[in-house]
Structures are given as structure tokens and as C-alpha cells.
Design a protein around this ligand. Structure first.
Ligand SMILES: CCCCCCCC/C=C\CCCCCCCCCCCC(=O)SCCNC(=O)CCNC(=O)[C@H](O)C(C)(C)COP(=O)(O)OP(=O)(O)OC[C@H]1O[C@@H](n2cnc3c(N)ncnc32)[C@H](O)[C@@H]1OP(=O)(O)O
Ligand SMILES: Cc1cc2nc3c(=O)[nH]c(=O)nc-3n(C[C@H](O)[C@H](O)[C@H](O)COP(=O)(O)OP(=O)(O)OC[C@H]3O[C@@H](n4cnc5c(N)ncnc54)[C@H](O)[C@@H]3O)c2cc1C
Length: 660
């Protein structure tokens, strides 16, 4: 029985076509769908018991799943794209993520042709397992502050890897604790007693025969992390070196080379390329944000249509909580954000692929913008997604707190995304630096790409919004201009404040809070613009483009309402115009309402992937919640183990004193 069938009938767009729009293309949809079903129908990938497993069982279970996934990849000859979808739907962080997601890309981006030829075939056949060992106990954000040393010994043509202090212990790398045989280790290069910056080195950690740590290497897991199950399927590790020797050709040498004689040779490649793997991964994290948020939103939307509270008239049904305006005002912006992040990630991927191609041809001019966009959008989307998942939990009331809602584990797995791959505030400060630089160069350099609007700064500073009615806000030009003006005005104002400081670094530190706000406004502008640009494309299917248009305005006007202080303070909007935007937002919520279930069905998530009783496709929530309760190990017996030993004596004492 489909308890949501009435809801599904209300929608006025072609869901199958929306699924394709969400996936990006029919090919991508079919690929994703095939992998989703493959995983959902395979009992090895069962995940409901995960939160109840102890750490050792949990990790062993993850290893079993990873081995099974690898076997499927080989047996079914899955492509790299298919393997990525398979990984998504298996839905369990594992050591293989860092192997494929960072170790291999680090060698690809920073290795020489010779190094790639040697290491990549081994890694791609998984004959070695690698991780990305950058962060240390004492330093994560400040990469130049890392303490591990790689000292060149000209006599033996080797580097000596050493951890001179406790704080230099590598700390956090995923896959390091128990599984990796190798790591790309970031360390201070020391040649002839001189420090030559931080570089990456391929270091073997464990024997390929019996997996024991090699001499001089201390390695282990850093311990339990937030939440049951969740990220505890990953062996984040600690690593120390005691004068471990590696051949010279294991320093990744695309950026700088060390010769046998101990000479440093700089190639034309900028040193920032050492950070290149982070640019790649940040871009993938933006795509993952849309997946995690859409998943939470799918659960909360379906449950909000099932759940009824108050409002019964003449004994009729109570009101579906999705019909409360307050519920809509919390849920629909998140639904719109999931779509917005999906489309901006599509754009970011194309930007990244373009930069990658240029880097391969030794053309580096677009690297700073790629860095700013990946850093800023990673920060913006992961912050909004982490907050959004928690909001979805609250939108599901008490039942959202049950593990069987799927939301607690999703939250626990997701929130470190605000920290890993760059703390979100630190990353926004990088964007701010880029923007301040752009403003300071306006006189002699034409801004391009995502900062092109700064080239119109004079008019953006003068022109105010012309919107007169609520309908007036349903105009891409009006909305984009509002976001451009806000971002440009905030950036210029901050740059003017900065100029008052004799020492720019002192000013940057003092104005950091305002600078982060400038960076956020710029990143929001990017997301809004890319959503409108998406709507310019051919999007087939009845009512699909119209529904996306509604979501695009919801996303933009929700942000405008939330940050109306900025829009008002910069003088671009009047209070009246801000309130017209809010009135339009209410109308838009009413347009989303009949399509809400269809819009989350368009993510095409299987019940296996959602892992949520509240978000079941058929809406059959209550019987299934009731059934699941009885599956809890505590309900194996009517009288709990420990009752006779610890509780009964207390009860007896009470009876005894009652007699007195
Ligand atoms: C069996 C089945 C298999 C199936 C197959 C599976 C397939 C799976 C495939 C994929 C899965 C993917 C999963 C991925 C999973 C990812 C999980 C994430 C794990 C997390 C990993 C980590 O966290 S790694 C560690 C990350 N660390 C950080 O991010 C550190 C943050 N700090 C920094 O980035 C920097 O230090 C800084 C940006 C803060 C810079 O600080 P500082 O001011 O000191 O900089 P510098 O002086 O060094 O340099 C300034 C200069 O450089 C520019 N710049 C900075 N960063 C970059 C960059 N990244 N790129 C380009 N340029 C950069 C900066 O703008 C300055 O430029 P100027 O021109 O000088 O102004
Ligand atoms: C689950 C997980 C997996 C990870 N996986 C890996 C991995 O595979 N490999 C790896 O190398 N690392 C990994 N890391 C480490 C991760 O990359 C770092 O934790 C991250 O980069 C943040 O650095 P930090 O811990 O030093 O934070 P800190 O920099 O110490 O941040 C602490 C606080 O200080 C603030 N702060 C720091 N600097 C500034 C500044 N300049 N201005 C203003 N505020 C500032 C931050 O905003 C934050 O609030 C992982 C971390 C986690 C949680």
C-alpha cells in the first residue's frame, strides 16, 4: 500500500524527467540507478545493524563490504564512474575512500611521469593501499607549520623521515590506522640543513607480506569518534617515524626536484600545486553535500506528509504537518538548497576539469580562482548541509531522534565535513583574501570568472533595487543584481576598512569576522547565479523547468530574507522591498507544497540508501516503527539481564520498608 499516493498525484511535473535533470543526464541517471539497485538487492550491504556493532565488529564488517564491493567491481568490470556510484550507495566510510579519493589523486597531481608509471598501476589494482597523511597532532590548518621532517642524505641518496616531537605525530588520516600499506606523507623538506617548504613523499608503512609495521614506524588507530557506527567504520590513524629511510625518488617531484647531489630544482609549476589534491577533493565534497542534504530532506518531507497533528474538524483527519507554514518555511528552503547545491556542484566539476586540463598543459592562471571557488563552496555547502540535517531531525519531531529515522547516523557521519579538507572558517578566510586582492587590483586588472561582477562595481555601488511588487522579485535580473550589489558593496567596504590599517595582515586579523561575511555573500552569489544559469539550459519534461524555477527563487529569496540585514545595511534594498521579497517567498512555498513529495522522489533514492523508516517510499511509517522496536536486542527477553542482580534488591528493599 502506498500511503503517499495521494501526495504523488498532486504533482504537476514529470518525475521521471526530473530524475534525469537531477542526475545531470539520462546516461548518468541510468548508471546511478543500476548501482543503487545492485547495492540495495545485495544482503552483504545490509546496514541496519551497524549502529549496534562494537568497534572491532564494525570495522571487520566494513572490510567485508569493501572486499565484496571490490569483487563486484572486478567481476562485473565496472567502470570508474560506476565504482563511484557503487561507493555512494554502499554508504559506509571506508579506508578505500582515501585510497581512491586522495592517495591516487595526490600521485596523479604531484608525481612526475616516472613516478606515476611506477605507483599508479599498483594503486589502481589495489596491490598497495594508500592514505593521505598531512594533518598532525599539533597542526592541521597550518600546513606550513607541519613538523615531520624529510632530511636528504646525499651519502645514501635517501630521505630520512622523522617525527621530532609528539605534536609532529600524524593524526587523523583515514585508512592510516589499520589498513594502509603506504601513505603520501607531507613533511618539511630539509636539504643541506636548509628548510625548503612542505612536500609530499610516498612512504611504505607496512609489510606487503604480513601487514606488520616496518621498522621505525609506529602506527595505530586514534580511537572512537562521534556517534554510533557513523565515521567509526574508518580507521583514522596516528603515525610516527623514527629515522625511516626512503629512496630519493619517493619524493613527489612535479613541483620541486631534489638531485642526487642535493640541489633543489624548481620547475615552472607553482608551489601551490602541492595543495592540488585538496582542490580536487573539495570539489567532490560539494557534490556530496547535495547528496547528504537531499537525503535528509527526502526523509523529512515524506514524514511531514505522513505525520498529522492538531486541526481535526468534525472528527476528520488532523492536519499533515507539512501544511503548517512554519514547517514549510524550514523544510522548503532546504529542499531548494539540495537542488541548488546539486547544480553548483555540476558547474564546479566542469570548472575543476578545465583547470585540471590546463594544469596538465602547465597553464596555471586559473588556479587561484579554482582554489577560491572550491574552498568557498566546500565551506558554504557543508555548513548548510550539516545544519540542514539537524533541522530535518527537528522537523521529524521525536521520531527523528530514533536511529531508525536514519538522521542521527547521517548527521554523525556528515558533520566532520565542516572540518576535514579545511576548517570552514579557515577556508572562507582564503576566499576573503582572494576577494580583497581582486578589489585591490580593480584599477589595472579586469576581474574574470566568478568575480567578473566586481568589474561593474561602480554601478553596483550606486544602483538600488527597482522592485516595486512581490511579483517583481520573480525576475532573475532583479535577484542576481541584489546578490551582486550586496557582495560588491560588502567587499568594497571591507577593503576600505582594511586600508586604514598600516599593516595589512594586522587589518586582516582584526576584520576577520567581516571578511568571512564578505566571502559568504560572494559564495551565495555564485550558487544563486549558477542556479539561474542552469535554468537557461534545455531542461526537457513537462513542468520540470517551471518547478526548478520555483525552487531557484525559494533558494534566493530565502537567503535574501535570512541575510536581509546585509541587503538593508548596504543600502541596496529598502525595508519595503525586503518585505515584498518575504511575501513572495510565502507564495512560493504554496507552489512547492503540491510538488514536495514528487520533488524528493526525483532524487530516486532507494529505501536501502535512505536507511530510514520515516522516509520510506511507501510512507508506511507507524507499523514499521512499531515492528523495528521489537527487533531491538533489549526486547529479546521480557526481563532484562541485570534486573535480578541490580534492580530487584532495590525493589525488595522498598517493599520491606513499606511494610515497616
Ligand atoms: C573497494 C571499493 C572501491 C570503490 C572505489 C571508490 C571510489 C571512491 C572515490 C572517491 C571517494 C572520494 C571520497 C573522498 C573522501 C574524502 C574524505 C575526506 C577526508 C578528509 C581528508 C583531509 O582532511 S586531508 C587534510 C586537509 N587539510 C586541509 O585542508 C588543511 C587546510 N589548510 C590549507 O589548505 C592551507 O594551508 C591554507 C589554505 C590555510 C593556506 O594557509 P597559508 O596562508 O599558510 O598558505 P600558504 O602560505 O601555504 O599559501 C598561500 C597561497 O597559496 C594559495 N593556496 C592555498 N591553498 C591553495 C590551494 N589548495 N590551491 C591553490 N592555491 C592555494 C593561497 O591562495 C595563497 O595564494 P597567494 O597568491 O599567495 O595569495
Ligand atoms: C573525520 C576526519 C577525517 C580526517 N581525515 C584526514 C585525512 O585523511 N588526512 C589528513 O591529513 N587529515 C585528515 N583530517 C584532518 C583535518 O583535515 C583537519 O582536522 C582540518 O584540516 C582542520 O584542522 P585542525 O584540526 O588543525 O583545526 P584547527 O585549525 O586547530 O581549528 C580549530 C579552530 O581554530 C580556528 N582557526 C584555525 N586557524 C584559524 C585562523 N587562521 N583564523 C581563524 N580561525 C582559525 C578554526 O576555525 C577552528 O574553529 C581529518 C579530520 C577529520 C575530523
Amino acid at each position: 500500500m502506498d500511503y503517499l499516493s495521494d501526495e504523488r498525484k498532486k504533482s504537476d511535473f514529470d518525475v521521471e524527467a526530473m530524475k534525469v535533470a537531477w542526475a545531470g543526464s539520462i546516461q548518468e541517471f541510468q548508471l546511478s540507478d543500476r548501482m543503487a539497485k545492485l547495492v540495495a538487492n545485495d544482503p552483504v550491504f545490509e546496514k541496519f545493524t551497524r549502529p549496534m556493532l562494537g568497534r572491532k565488529e564494525l570495522l571487520k564488517n566494513t572490510l567485508r563490504k569493501s572486499a565484496h564491493a571490490w569483487k563486484l567491481i572486478i567481476d562485473l568490470r565496472l567502470s570508474e564512474e560506476e565504482a563511484k556510484w557503487l561507493r555512494l550507495y554502499v554508504d559506509e566510510p571506508a579506508y578505500t575512500d582515501l585510497h581512491w579519493g586522495m592517495f591516487i589523486p595526490a600521485i596523479e597531481g604531484q608525481g612526475t611521469e616516472e613516478q606515476k608509471k611506477k605507483w599508479l598501476p599498483l594503486a589502481k589494482k589495489m596491490q598497495i593501499i594508500g592514505c593521505y597523511a598531512q594533518t598532525e597532532l599539533g597542526h592541521g590548518s597550518n600546513v606550513q607549520g607541519l613538523e615531520t621532517t624529510a632530511t636528504f642524505d646525499t651519502r645514501t641518496d635517501e630521505f630520512i623521515m622523522h617525527s621530532p616531537t609528539l605534536t609532529s605525530s600524524k593524526w587523523w588520516p583515514g585508512g592510516l590506522g589499520k589498513l594502509s600499506t603506504h601513505a603520501v606523507v607531507y613533511a618539511r623538506l630539509i636539504v643541506g640543513g636548509q628548510f625548503h617548504g612542505v612536500h609530499g613523499f610516498i612512504v611504505q608503512l607496512r609489510s606487503l607480506e604480513d601487514h606488520s609495521p616496518l621498522p621505525g614506524i609506529t602506527v595505530g588507530d586514534i580511537g572512537l569518534k562521534f556517534g554510533n557506527g557513523a565515521y567509526n567504520t574508518m580507521d583514522n590513524g596516528v603515525l610516527r617515524f623514527d629515522h625511516v629511510r626512503i629512496p630519493r625518488n619517493q619524493m613527489l617531484m612535479r613541483v620541486s626536484q631534489v638531485t642526487k647531489e642535493g640541489k633543489i630544482m624548481q620547475s615552472d609549476v607553482p608551489r601551490q600545486l602541492i595543495y592540488g589534491t585538496m582542490v580536487y577533493v573539495r570539489q567532490t565534497i560539494v557534490a556530496d553535500a547535495s547528496k547528504a542534504l537531499s537525503r535528509a530532506v527526502c526523509i523529512a518531507t515524506r514524514y511531514s506528509a505522513v505525520r498529522r497533528q492538531f486541526g481535526s474538524r468534525d472528527g476528520g483527519p488532523e492536519t499533515q504537518v507539512i501544511d503548517y507554514k512554519t514547517q514549510q518555511s524550514r523544510l522548503f528552503p532546504l529542499l531548494a538548497s539540495a537542488y541548488a547545491f546539486r547544480f553548483v556542484s555540476e558547474w564546479l566539476k566542469s570548472l575543476y576539469l578545465d583547470v585540471k586540463q590546463r594544469l596538465e598543459a602547465n597553464e596555471f592562471s586559473t588556479l587561484p580562482e579554482a582554489h577560491a571557488c572550491t574552498a568557498g563552496l566546500k565551506s558554504l555547502t557543508t555548513t548548510a548541509t550539516a545544519d540542514g540535517i539537524e533541522e530535518c531531525r527537528k522537523l521529524c519531531g521525536g521520531h527523528g531522534y530514533l536511529v531508525s529515522s536514519g538522521l542521527p547516523e547521517l548527521f554523525a557521519v556528515y558533520i566532520p565535513a565542516c572540518t576535514y579538507e579545511g576548517d570552514n572558517v579557515v577556508l572562507m578566510l582564503q576566499v576573503a583574501r582572494f576577494l580583497v586582492k581582486t578589489v585591490s587590483e580593480l584599477g589595472h586588472k579586469k576581474p574574470v570568472g566568478t568575480t567578473a561582477y566586481m568589474g561593474r562595481v561602480a554601478s553596483l555601488m550606486q544602483k538600488n533595487s527597482a522592485v516595486q511588487t512581490a511579483e517583481g522579485w520573480l525576475n532573475p535580473g532583479a535577484v542576481v543584481e541584489a546578490f551582486e550589489s550586496r557582495a560588491a558593496r560588502m567587499a568594497v567596504r571591507c577593503a576600505q576598512e582594511l586600508a586604514k590599517f598600516g599593516n595589512p595582515e594586522e587589518g586582516f586579523a582584526e576584520l576577520a569576522v567581516d571578511l568571512v561575511e564578505v566571502a559568504v555573500s560572494h559564495c551565495q552569489l555564485i550558487v544563486v547565479t549558477k542556479f539561474f544559469e542552469k535554468l537557461q539550459q534545455d531542461i526537457p519534461g513537462k513542468g520540470v523547468k517551471e518547478s526548478l524555477e520555483v525552487l531557484c527563487y525559494v533558494y534566493a529569496l530565502f537567503l535574501l530574507h535570512k541575510h536581509q540585514g546585509d541587503f538593508l545595511a548596504t543600502g541596496y534594498l529598502t525595508p519595503k522591498q525586503a518585505s515584498l521579497a518575504n511575501a513572495q517567498l510565502r507564495t512560493l512555498y504554496s507552489k512547492v507544497r503540491p510538488n514536495a513529495i514528487a520533488l524528493v522522489d526525483s532524487f530516486s533514492y532507494t529505501d536501502h540508501y535512505l536507511g530510514s523508516i520515516l522516509g520510506r517510499y511507501d510512507g508506511n511509517v507507524y507499523p514499521k516503527l512499531y515492528e523495528a522496536a521489537w527487533e531491538d536486542p533489549l526486547n529479546d527477553s521480557d526481563v532484562i539481564d541485570g534486573f535480578h542482580q541490580y534492580v530487584q534488591p532495590i525493589l525488595k528493599q522498598r517493599l520491606h520498608s513499606a511494610k515497616l
